[in-house]
Design a protein around this ligand. Structure first.
Ligand code: AMP
Ligand code: ZN
Length: 494
C-alpha cells in the first residue's frame, strides 16, 4: 500500500506520488522568530516531522526546506520597541527555536532566511510588474493585483468574484473576508528596517518570501507545501497567486495543513492563561519526550486537545515502551524462537505502516505498538518469549521509533539545559520543584548506568552477590531502581 494524504487543494484523500520517482521535495512554512515557540507551533512542526520521517521510511529521499521568517510586522514592532536591530532581535529567537525543535526530536530541515534573499525577492516583484500582475503605488510599495489571477481562492475554496478590484491591504496577516490586493513589497517607514534594491528601498511582504525561497530551493513545481491550518488563507492562497503568475505552472501539488490544537479545551491565548511555550512546559517538570508523544498522538487533521492529564498519560506511555525495550535488552530468555511472537512482531510492523499510510494515522500506529507490548509482556511473564524473538520485537520498536522518536532516554540533559537557560534569563521563579526533583534523580547518564548494570550482572554470574548488592545500593542512592527479575536485570529511574 502507498501513502494516502489529504490534499487541501482537492479536499480529498489522495494517493501521494512525488513528481520524481524516489525523491520528495517539500516546503514547510517555518516560524516567525519574534518570541519563543508555543505548543501550538510545535503541534504543526511535529506533524510535518512525522510526515518527513515516514516518507523516508517509505524509501524516499526527502528534501525538506523550511523558512525562518526573520522580518515581518511583529518583528519590526518588537525590535524597535526594544531598541535593537531586527537581526539582533531575531537571532535570539531563531536560536531558541532550533534548540526547542531539536529538544522534541524534530529533524532539522534545510533552513532559509528571508533576510538573506532580499535581492531575489525584489527581482521577483519586478518580473511580476513586467507581466502585469503587480503594480507600484505612489509611496513605493508594490501590490499583487488579484483580479489578474482568476483562480484566486482555489485553495481556500472562497469565491472572490465580486471583490473590489484595486482594494488593498498591507498587513501580513488579515481577515478571511478581505480579499484584497496584497503587499508584495512595503515601502520604508521611518524607524523601520529596510533594504535598498532594484525596485527601490523597502522590505518584502511575508507571502513573497515563501514563494521565492521555496522555488529557489525546490524548483518551480514541487511536491508538497505544509503549514498550520491558519495559513490556508491568506498566506498560501497568496503564495499560489504569486508563484503561478510568475511561472505559469502549478506551484505545489499537495497542500498539507495541520489542525489547530486546543489547550484544556480552549483556544490557546495569553489572556486565558493557557498559553504555553515549550520551555514553560519543561520548567513545569514535563519531559520533552512526553510532549512529543502527546503532540503526535492525535492524527494531524484532528483537533488535539492538549491537557496536563494527557501529558502525564503520555509520560506513562513512553515509560512503558522504554521499560519494554529494557526488558528485551537486559532480560535473559530461553533459547529458541516462537512463531507466535515472530508473527506478532511482523504484524505490528505491518499495522504501523498501514496506519501511517492512511493519512498518517498516528493514533492507530501508537495503538499497534501498545498491543504488541501488552501481548509480548504477557508472553514473557509466562516464559513464552525466546532468545530469537528478541530481535524481531526490537525491530518493531525501532520502526515505530523511527517515526515517533521517544525511546531514547535523553530527557534529563535537555531539561537541564532549559533550567540553565531560565537561570541565565533571570527566570528562576518559573523553575518548578517538579523540574528540580526530576533532575535530582537523574544525575547519571544512561550509559553510566548501563555500565554499572553490566558489572552487576558479571558479579552475579560469578555468584559474587556482595559486589552485586553494593552496586545496586550505589545506584539506589543515585535514584536508580534496579530490579532483578527472572528475565534478568532491569533498571529505571525512581
Ligand atoms: P508562526 O510562528 O505564527 O508563523 O507559526 C508557525 C507555525 O505554527 C505555522 O505553521 C502555524 O500555522 C502554526 N501554528 C500556530 N498556532 C498554532 C496552533 N494553535 N495549533 C497548530 N499550529 C499552530
Ligand atoms: Zn510560508
Amino acid at each position: 500500500m502507498a501513502l494516502r494524504l489529504f490534499n487541501t487543494m482537492s479536499s480529498q484523500v489522495e494517493e501521494f506520488r512525488p513528481l520524481r520517482d524516489h525523491e520528495v521535495r517539500m516546503y514547510a512554512c517555518g516560524p516567525t522568530v519574534y518570541d519563543y515557540g508555543h505548543v501550538g507551533n510545535f503541534r504543526t512542526f511535529v506533524a510535518v516531522d512525522i510526515l518527513r520521517r515516514f516518507l523516508r521510511q517509505s524509501g524516499y529521499k526527502v528534501r525538506h526546506v523550511m523558512n525562518i521568517t526573520d522580518v515581518d510586522d511583529k518583528i519590526i514592532r518588537n525590535s524597535s520597541r526594544e531598541g535593537v536591530s531586527v537581526q539582533q532581535y531575531t537571532a535570539k529567537y531563531e536560536k531558541a527555536f532550533l534548540e526547542d525543535a531539536a529538544m522534541i526530536g524534530i529533524e532539522e530541515p534545510t533552513l532559509v532566511r528571508a533576510t538573506e534573499h532580499i535581492p531575489e525577492m525584489a527581482d521577483f516583484v519586478a518580473k511580476l510588474v513586467e507581466k502585469g500582475f503587480a503594480y507600484r503605488t505612489d509611496d513605493g510599495s508594490y501590490y499583487f493585483r488579484i483580479a489578474k489571477f482568476p483562480q484566486y481562492g482555489k485553495l481556500s475554496k472562497r469565491d472572490f468574484s465580486g471583490m473590489l478590484d484595486g482594494a488593498r491591504v498591507d498587513i501580513d496577516e488579515y481577515d478571511k473576508d478581505s480579499a484584497r490586493d496584497f503587499a508584495l513589497w512595503k515601502a520604508p517607514k521611518p524607524g523601520e528596517a529596510s533594504w535598498d534594491t532594484a525596485i527601490g528601498p523597502g522590505r518584502p511582504g511575508w507571502h513573497l518570501e515563501c514563494s521565492v525561497m521555496s522555488m529557489r530551493e525546490l524548483g518551480e513545481t514541487f511536491d508538497l507545501h505544509a503549514g498550520g491550518e491558519d495559513l490556508v488563507f491568506p498566506h498560501h492562497e497568496n503564495e499560489i497567486a504569486q508563484s503561478e503568475s510568475f511561472t505559469g505552472k502549478p506551484f505545489a501539488h499537495f497542500w498539507f495543513h495541520a489542525r489547530f490544537l486546543l489547550v484544556e479545551g480552549e483556544k490557546m491565548s495569553k489572556s486565558l492563561g493557557n498559553f504555553f511555550t515549550l520551555r514553560d512546559l519543561i520548567l513545569k517538570g514535563h519531559k520533552p519526550s512526553s510532549i512529543r508523544y502527546l503532540l503526535a498522538s492525535v492524527p494531524y487533521r484532528h483537533q488535539l486537545n492538549f491537557t496536563f492529564d494527557g501529558l502525564k498519560q503520555a509520560a506513562v506511555s513512553v515509560e512503558r515502551l522504554r521499560n519494554f525495550r529494557l526488558r528485551l535488552v537486559a532480560g535473559s530468555f530461553p533459547s529458541g524462537a516462537s512463531d507466535e511472537t515472530r508473527s506478532l512482531a511482523a504484524d505490528t510492523i505491518a499495522r504501523i505502516k498501514a496506519a501511517l499510510d492512511d493519512d498518517l494515522n498516528t493514533a492507530q500506529a501508537q495503538a499497534a505498538i501498545f498491543e504488541m507490548v501488552r501481548q509480548a509482556n504477557a508472553a514473557a511473564d509466562a516464559r513464552g518469549i525466546k532468545q530469537d524473538d528478541v530481535a524481531p520485537l526490537l525491530e518493531a520498536l525501532t520502526k515505530f521509533d523511527e517515526i515517533f522518536a521517544v525511546l531514547d532516554d535523553d530527557d534529563a540533559p535537555k531539561m537541564k539545559r532549559v533550567l540553565q537557560w531560565a537561570i541565565a534569563e533571570g527566570r528562576e521563579k518559573e523553575i518548578s520543584p517538579e523540574l528540580r526533583d526530576a533532575l535530582q534523580s537523574d544525575q547519571r547518564s544512561d550509559s553510566d548506568i548501563e555500565k554499572k548494570v553490566e558489572e552487576m550482572k558479571a558479579a552475579r554470574t560469578a555468584r559474587d552477590f556482595k559486589t552485586s548488592d553494593a552496586i545496586r545500593g550505589e545506584l539506589a542512592d543515585a535514584g536508580i531502581l534496579v530490579e532483578i527479575t527472572k528475565d534478568g536485570i532491569r533498571w529505571r529511574r525512581k
